[in-house]
Design a protein around this ligand. Sequence first.
Ligand SMILES: [Fe+2]
Length: 194
Amino acid sequence: MEIPNKLRPLVGFLERLDGRATLDELQGLLESLDVTRDDLEPFCVFSESGYKRNRVAHSAWYDLIVLCWRSGQGSHIHDHAGSACSFKVIEGVVTETGFSLIEDQGTDGKLVEPTLSRDFPAGSVCVAADGDIHQVVNRQGEGRDLVTVHVYSPLLEMTTYELAPYVRLAGGGSGRFVEVHPSGRTVRSGLVGR
Ligand SMILES: [Fe+2]
């Protein structure tokens, strides 16, 4: 497919990369990117079974992808395993949740807990380093699409994680419960039924 005119300067820069782009470079490139959803046709393709990645161009040193998300669709919890990751919100609102790895979990080291959640409206640029663990979701209401342009450098090989299950230790007749992460750290307590 032909590269949309408005993406040509960005692709031109990325094609000249002979190493990994810095986070500052990626942020600057996306901040200066002035495109609408219409400009990104024919790469605005959605799927009803999950968010859709529409690759525009790539080399060993970058991957340029238009991601299309219907309401309720979201990514896995993932990091960027050696790649800088950046995206710009073209239409809609991104909800990005950050996670931290649970220490001493005695498992394969893939359990995480949420740390913060932020909304990025259209026009926002978000940059994540390779070790950051996050999840991107379209939490907008029914019928509201999300379109984002992502640049990874170099090509992305992500690691995915699982949300740590809460383990309920007490409850029933006592009227109170305590829930802990596998690390043994208490994270919730309260009255049963509340
Ligand atoms: Fe990501």
